[in-house]
Design a binder for this molecule. Structure first.
Ligand code: 0PR
Length: 369
């Protein structure tokens, strides 16, 4: 029995050698994070006690952050890289909406976003007192351009496009969304938090080189194989970042654009290490492997009679009954569901063909009963 009396032996709550998850990643099919690349893990440990929020005191990690933005800029087709490493896609999205609000010439700003947008924009709208206008997606789960066009007006501060949606891995028509945004003087923000490290190897037009977009979320701690927390906010020009800057009177640096104050140098260092190691060849190989896995799984599910949403990026959604879903979870599979109830499998780097084969074998066992 556990002892709860504080006067007796203290309760051990963090045994040495305890693993974050008992089964590591071998049954995780729901996560958009993955096992950090070994070089990223090592870099994170080395920079654990640094704070890029205070560049005067920690100049090395601050310089590494510049390197991170330079590589992220290259990945995202940004000519003069500007931005910073955020805690994740949520922070990057909130900050992009803040930039848009600051630039908008209105007291009643609104943001127009397809229904496939991540829930972090709801947080942004709440915090920033922006009206969030959610428009439908088309039959392919992409932003419906006519609906977006009908929704923008002179109070629109930003139009959001998603490049790699959370539920179906879809890429919105970004150049068209940017055009609509600029017609009403709004910024165009692209949420490539998940898709940013696979899209460079596809034909999609998603980045700064393809369209006159203004801001982007692109997270090294998702497909970039960096350690958490490492999100990315990129802006077309540094004056956009100035919208976020506040004075920092008692630091050596004079202003700060980040939402958080003290930040993890571990995330920044691991992002640089992963990107230097993997961009572009390693990420390309990973994309091909993940995409093949997604197509293999989609095929396997289709053959078993399930309705599958075509995986245009390495993410598979399929209409699997609730009872089957629950039984698979009961067997230890970490899977999740879309808002409309489809099984969702994200083919992250830790997801191997062997894992997927074991998953399908479990599915077959369940079907026999
Ligand atoms: N934008 C998109 C397109 C996303 O998919 C996500 C996260 C975010 C922004 C927000 O990013 P952060 O969570 O880094 O702030 N999408 C996943 C989700 O919310 C995140 C996730 C990650 C889920 C790991 C599960 C998990 O184990 O569903």
């Amino acid at each position: 029995m556990r002892r709860t009396n504080a006067s007796t032996k203290p309760l051990m709550i963090f045994p040495r050698g305890m693993q974050a998850e008992p089964q590591a990643f071998d049954r995780v099919l729901s996560s958009m994070c993955t096992e950090p690349h070994p070089v990223a893990r090592e870099a994170a440990e080395r920079f654990l006690a640094t704070n890029p929020g205070d560049p005067g005191t920690y100049p090395t990690i601050s310089a590494l952050e510049d390197d991170a933005i330079a590589i992220l800029g290259e990945i995202a087709g940004l000519e003069e890289p500007a931005g910073y490493l955020a805690s994740g896609g949520t922070e990057a999205n909130i900050q992009a909406m803040r930039i848009a609000r600051e630039r908008a010439d209105t007291d009643r700003p609104n943001v127009v976003m397809p229904e496939s947008g991540h829930f972090s924009f709801r947080k942004a709208a709440d915090l920033l007192e922006i009206e969030l206008r959610i428009v439908p997606t088309d039959e392919d789960h992409r932003a419906d351009l006519e609906a977006v066009r009908a929704c923008v007006d002179d109070d629109t501060a930003a139009v959001v496009g998603v490049a790699g949606t959370t539920e179906y891995g879809r890429v919105d028509p970004i150049p068209e969304l940017a055009e609509i945004a600029h017609e009403v003087g709004a910024t165009c923000h692209v949420d490539a938090a998940w898709g940013g490290f696979v899209l460079p190897f596809t034909d999609y037009e998603w980045n700064f080189a393809h369209a006159p977009i203004d801001t982007m979320a692109i997270d090294p701690h998702k497909m970039g194989q960096a350690a958490v927390p490492a999100g990315g906010l990129l802006v077309r020009s540094s004056d956009l970042l100035d919208e976020l800057a506040v004075d920092t009177p008692y630091l050596e640096s004079t202003s700060q654009a980040t939402l958080t104050g003290t930040r993890s140098g571990a995330g920044v260092a691991s992002a640089v290490a992963a990107m230097e190691e993997l961009w572009p060849g390693g990420y390309r190989t990973q994309y091909v492997r993940s995409q093949n896995n997604a197509e293999w799984l989609a095929d396997a599910l289709e053959k078993r009679g399930y309705e599958v949403v075509d995986p245009t990026l390495p993410l598979v959604a399929a209409d699997v009954p609730r009872s089957t879903f629950d039984a698979l979870r009961g067997r230890g599979w970490r899977i999740s569901r879309t808002a409309t109830g489809e099984l969702r499998v994200v083919c992250m780097p830790h997801v191997t063909r062997k894992m997927l084969a074991a998953f399908v074998a479990d599915l077959d066992r369940l079907e026999v009963r």
